[in-house]
Design a protein around this ligand. Structure first.
Ligand code: CA
Length: 424
């Protein structure tokens, strides 16, 4: 099916600011609570949210094979399981309906009252019921920086790192949507110089600048996903702040890897931007040396040029941007991650989420965590209010933003915003 929703020449009869992340070419998917307290699946153009459940009931998706209640759900899982042809058909129809040249809905005042909402009339929800969550460690710059800090420069990258996308299984129970505050976690740490551990609130709460992709049903137990098919199982992407407690992590992580230092909270942006909408922003991935094994070799452009930034906002002051990075810096791309994840026959399901791992760029102002930005606290960052940060303070809000831009077309993710509350 052609992907004509991406037509860059189309404009919408809904107002869209020139700097908006959500022009009619984006058409992301999310879940929201309406002013009437009804939960629905929706999309967004400019600053208008669109109730897809209501649009479907009014017959605007006639001709597309959809069940009656597909959008009247509190998550996108069933829609995602319908597969790429359906996602495309629905995005194409939405593009047509909101095209400036199409009077069908534009001139129907009664229908517009039912399906359109201002953003202050809705409350965004977690878009997917995430079954399984995997986090990769796919930025060479990040792995090198952290490895240098934890093991020294000569052992920065483990011997496997350049041969496979390293990952681990996380917890989906603590994945939350933007806007939900979190608590500073408590746990066990080994203070510097101490011989036995102590229990208490973490003193090194950190963000991780990541993106994550959401999959559809891909393979049965025992089957692998060939790398050339992998992208067809990716529904879309979100911004992802994988909160980390560095002092807990450092004490616990050998030999089995991340555990309680990582699974207390992870925040995602509420609108899933489809892989289809990101098509115009494909770029080459970093050159890989040594050449990976055959099941990880790919053709074409598998990385995406997505500008990322992190801001810290103290409670009574304005924000300071502390990092600018890009999704294209990832050494291992999403197709490689999915091929590797399933090479042993592990099934991937609709609503699974795969985190990229912290996305650090080549320069110190593009590092994707406070651990790297402040070099484990040795070089505190200064915020615009004059205060210093080694890690995240109580009542700070951390904001991640991301967008692609090319030839005047801007497709973005909005933001994921999370406040860190003091420990109980
Ligand atoms: Ca992570």
């Amino acid at each position: 099916m052609p992907n004509f929703a991406n037509n860059p020449d189309r404009s919408s009869w809904l107002h869209v600011d020139s700097q908006s992340d959500f022009p009619i070419q984006n058409i992301p998917f999310g879940v929201f609570l309406t002013r009437d307290d009804i939960i629905t699946i929706g999309t967004r153009i400019g600053d208008t949210a669109i109730d897809l459940g209501a649009l479907h009931q009014l017959g605007y998706f006639d001709g597309i094979p959809l069940t009656d209640d597909i959008f009247l759900q509190d998550n996108l899982n069933d829609f995602i399981a319908d597969g790429r042809q359906t996602w495309r058909a629905v995005r194409n129809r939405i593009a047509e309906l909101f095209d400036d040249n199409n009077p069908a809905l534009k001139t129907n005042v009664k229908h517009k009252e039912i399906v359109l909402f201002r953003l202050d009339e809705i409350e965004m929800q977690l878009p997917v019921q995430i079954g399984d969550y995997t986090d990769f460690y796919a930025s060479k710059e990040h792995a090198t920086n952290v490895g240098t800090m934890f093991r020294g420069k000569d052992n920065a990258l483990m011997p496997n790192w350049l041969h496979l996308p390293v990952g681990y299984h996380g917890r989906s129970s603590s994945i939350i949507s933007s806007g939900i505050p979190i608590r500073r976690p408590k746990g066990q740490t080994l203070p510097p110089g101490a011989e036995s551990p102590v229990y208490g609130a973490s003193k090194a709460v950190d963000f991780e600048l990541e993106m994550a992709f959401i999959t559809t049903d891909a393979n049965d137990l025992g089957d692998s996903i060939p790398i050339e098919e992998a992208e067809s199982y990716i529904f879309g992407l979100v911004l992802f702040n994988d909160w980390s407690a560095r002092d807990i992590q450092r004490w616990e992580y050998v030999p089995l890897g991340p555990f309680l230092g990582k699974n207390f909270a992870s925040s995602i942006s509420p609108w899933i931007v489809t892989l289809d909408a990101l098509e115009p922003f494909r770029v080459e991935s970093p050159k890989q040396s040594p050449t990976p094994l055959e099941y990880l070799q790919y053709k074409g452009k598998k990385s995406f040029d997505i500008n990322l930034e992190v801001a810290i906002k103290p409670e009574h002051h304005k924000e300071t941007i502390v990092s600018r990075s890009n999704f294209k810096y990832m050494y291992w791309n999403m197709a490689q991650q999915l091929a590797h994840h399933s090479v042993n026959g592990c099934p991937v399901n609709a609503g699974d989420m795969m985190g990229s791992g912290t996305i650090s760029g080549p320069t110190p102002d593009s590092y994707g965590s406070m651990l790297e930005l402040s070099w484990k606290g040795e070089k505190p960052l200064q915020l615009s209010d004059g205060s210093e940060r080694k890690f995240i303070n109580d009542n700070d809000t951390v904001i991640l933003r991301g967008h692609s831009i090319k030839e005047g077309l801007r497709i973005g993710f909005g933001e994921v915003r999370t406040k860190l509350l003091p420990s109980h």
